[in-house]
Design a protein around this ligand. Structure first.
Ligand code: SAM
Ligand code: SF4
Length: 331
C-alpha cells in the first residue's frame, strides 16, 4: 500500500521536527525573544517518533529528514538517528541544521547512520550573519560545514534564504563558493510562514535575481542532474565548479504538483502541507501500528492541492492559514 493523494501524488518523504528549540534566532524564522517553547512533556518521545517512522516505512516512506528548531540541541538525538537508520525501507536519512554544533556531532552522526546534511548559511560576512541569526557566530557555522565534509556527510548542501536588503549583495560570493568548494548551494525564497510572514513584503526577492547575477558575472548556469535528495531544486553548475547551485522557488514557481512530503511537528502533529493550518495528532494512534498507518493515509487523502503563498503577500497582515512558525514545522 502506498501513500497516494487524490491528485495522484505519491508520498515517500517524511520531515520530522524533533524540537522547536534553537540556539539561534533567525529573523525569517522567529522573533528576537525566540518562540514560546513547547513544554517537554508535550514533545513526542523518540520511541513515539519511531512508531510514526515505522508505519510510514510500511507505506512507502523511504526518505527521512530530521529538522527543528535546531535538531542538534535535543538531547540523545544520536539514539533516534541510529534507530531510524535500522528501519527497513528507509534508504535516505538526512538532517537540516544550522551547523553550529556539527564540529562536535558530525562524526558520531555519520557513525550512527546519518547520510548527509543541509546546513543553513545566509551570509558569508560575520556581521551580516550575526544580524540574520541575531546571536550566531559565522566562524562556528563554517567550522560545522568543514566538519560535515570531513565526516563524509555528503553531499553537503547549503541553504540560503535570499533576502532583499540583507544578503542579496552576497549572491556573487555564494556563487564563487559553489565554484571553489564541493558544496551544493540552494537559494530559497523567503516564505510568509508564521509571525515572520509579516516581514515577507520587505525581504522577498524572486530567485530570478540569482540568475541575473550569474549572467552579470559572465557565469552561465548550466542545468545539471541534481545531487542526491535535491527535491524541488532546479540545479545548475557553474563553469569549472566543484559544487552546484540550486534554486528553490516555492513562491515564484511553486512545485506543489510534485510534492511528496509529509511533516511531523515536535508535539506530534502530521501536516501534509507546510502552509495550511490543518494538523492531525498522532497521539491517538500511538501503540497501534494499524491505526498509525490508517492515520497517515487519512492525512494524505486530505492533502490540499496547493499552498496560497504569493509574491504579492499583503504587507502587515498576519496569515491565518500559516500561523505555525517555521521553527515548529521544520522548514
Ligand atoms: N535549525 C535548522 C536550520 O536552520 O537549518 C533546521 C530548522 S529551519 C526551520 C529549516 C530551514 O527552514 C532552514 O534552512 C531555514 O533557512 C528555512 N526557513 C526558516 N524560515 C524560513 C522562511 N520564512 N522562508 C524560507 N525558509 C525559511
Ligand atoms: Fe533556528 Fe533554524 Fe529557525 Fe534559524 S532557521 S532560528 S537556526 S530553527
Amino acid at each position: 500500500m502506498a501513500l497516494i493523494d487524490i491528485y495522484g501524488r505519491r508520498h515517500d518523504y517524511l520531515r520530522i521536527s524533533v524540537t522547536d528549540r534553537c540556539n539561534l534566532r533567525c529573523i525569517y524564522c522567529m522573533g528576537p525573544e525566540g518562540v514560546k517553547q513547547i513544554p517537554h512533556h508535550q514533545i513526542l518521545a523518540y520511541e513515539e517518533i519511531l512508531e510514526v517512522v515505522k508505519a510510514g516505512a510500511a507505506l512507502g516512506i523511504s526518505k527521512i529528514r530530521l529538522t527543528g528548531g535546531e535538531p542538534l540541541v535535543r538531547k540523545g538525538l544520536l539514539f533516534l538517528v541510529r534507530e531510524i537508520a535500522k528501519v527497513p525501507g528507509i534508504t535516505d536519512l538526512a538532517m537540516t541544521t544550522n551547523g553550529i554544533l556539527l564540529p562536535q556531532f558530525a562524526r558520531p552522526l555519520k557513525e550512527a547512520g546519518l547520510q548527509r546534511v543541509n546546513i543553513s548559511l545566509d551570509s558569508l560576512r560575520p556581521e551580516v550573519y550575526r544580524r540574520i541569526t541575531r546571536c550566531g557566530d559565522l566562524g562556528q557555522a563554517l567550522a560545522g560545514i568543514e566538519a560535515a565534509l570531513e565526516a563524509g556527510l555528503k553531499p553537503v548542501k547549503i541553504n540560503t534564504v535570499l533576502m532583499r536588503g540583507i544578503n542579496h549583495r552576497e549572491v556573487p560570493a555564494f556563487l564563487r563558493l559553489a565554484q571553489e568548494r564541493e558544496l551544493h548551494l540552494r537559494f530559497i525564497e523567503y516564505m510568509p510562514i508564521g509571525a515572520q510572514g509579516l516581514a515577507h513584503h520587505k525581504y522577498y526577492l524572486p530567485l530570478s535575481y540569482v540568475q541575473e547575477q550569474a549572467a552579470r558575472m559572465g557565469l552561465p548556469l548550466e542545468p545539471v542532474e541534481p545531487p542526491q535528495g535535491a527535491g524541488p531544486a532546479d540545479t545548475f553548475k557553474l563553469p569549472g565548479g566543484k559544487g552546484t547551485v540550486g534554486l528553490i522557488h516555492p513562491i515564484s514557481r511553486h512545485f506543489c504538483a510534485s510534492c511528496n512530503r509529509l511533516r511531523l511537528t515536535p508535539e506530534g502533529y502530521l501536516k501534509s502541507c507546510l502552509y495550511w493550518q490543518d494538523e492531525h495528532s498522532v497521539r491517538p494512534a500511538l501503540g497501534d501500528p494499524a491505526a498509525m498507518q490508517e492515520l497517515l493515509q487519512r492525512v494524505v487523502s486530505l492533502k490540499p492541492e496547493k499552498h496560497r503563498m504569493s509574491p504579492q503577500q499583503k504587507p502587515g497582515l498576519l496569515n491565518l492559514q500559516a500561523m505555525r512558525g517555521m521553527s515548529k514545522i521544520g522548514g
